[in-house]
Design a protein. Structure first.
Lengths: 114, 114
């Protein structure tokens, strides 16, 4: 069965610094991979998705993620953090079998310090 | 395009009471999902509908939870009777084509059981 591990439940960066949120997945077949962001008291918003095209995926708000099959990773990065990036971030992997089901990681809270 | 609508946004009930949540998906989205998100965790799928039929309810505690999507559009999730451990955010999501795995989330309903 697929699973997702997000390394680090809390990440703190200074404004303007690089953001790196880690995600590793386990899947027996090439999956679809997603990053979602959740702001306080809101639902999840899709940041970006990997669907077996380009391995470097660009998303909204300056975020991007790179699919590395050899490392089973899909880490999320942003070159320069902004205060508005403070939120919870979830990595998700598709369940095989065309089910439409996503398996979510535990989430990483990003804190941005001024 | 209107997003996924959910109501109420917040609900406080006592244990053993009943509660219902409503969700209206994005127009034209055939697949609808209900998730439970406990504080500090990722969303956990409770039930998945394809039009008005249930695709997956393996994680739904059927002794107290029920859900329906009678006309293949909006959906209701009910808890009866509620337990303290049901305190969570209940998220509804919808998808146009489950083969893409791309889900769009509503703002959620925060349930507190006292």
């Amino acid at each position: 069965a697929q699973s997702v591990t997000q390394l680090g439940s809390h990440v703190s960066v200074s404004e303007g610094a690089l953001v790196l949120l880690r995600c590793n997945y386990s899947s027996s077949v090439p999956p679809y991979l997603f990053w979602y962001v959740q702001y306080p008291n809101q639902g999840l918003q899709l940041l970006l998705k990997y669907t077996s095209a380009a391995t470097l995926v660009k998303g909204i708000n300056g975020f991007e993620a790179e699919f590395k099959k050899s490392e089973t990773s899909f880490h999320l990065t942003k070159p320069s953090a902004h205060m508005s990036d403070a939120a919870e971030y979830f990595c998700a992997v598709s369940e095989s079998g065309n089910t439409g089901k996503l398996i979510f990681g535990q989430g990483t809270t990003l804190q941005v310090k001024p | 395009e209107a997003g996924v609508a959910q109501s109420p946004r917040y609900k406080i009930i006592e244990k053993r009471q009943s509660v219902a949540f409503w969700c209206n998906p994005i127009s034209g989205h055939a697949t609808l999902y209900w998730y439970q998100q406990i504080l500090g965790q990722g969303p956990k799928l409770l039930i998945q509908f394809q039009n008005n039929g249930v695709v997956d309810d393996s994680q739904l505690p059927k002794d107290r939870f029920s859900a329906e999507r009678l006309k293949g559009v909006d959906s209701t999730l009910k808890i009866q009777p509620a337990k303290l451990e049901d305190s969570a955010v209940y998220l509804c999501a919808s998808s146009f084509d489950r083969a893409t795995y791309e889900q769009y989330f509503g703002p959620g309903t925060r349930l507190t059981v006292t």
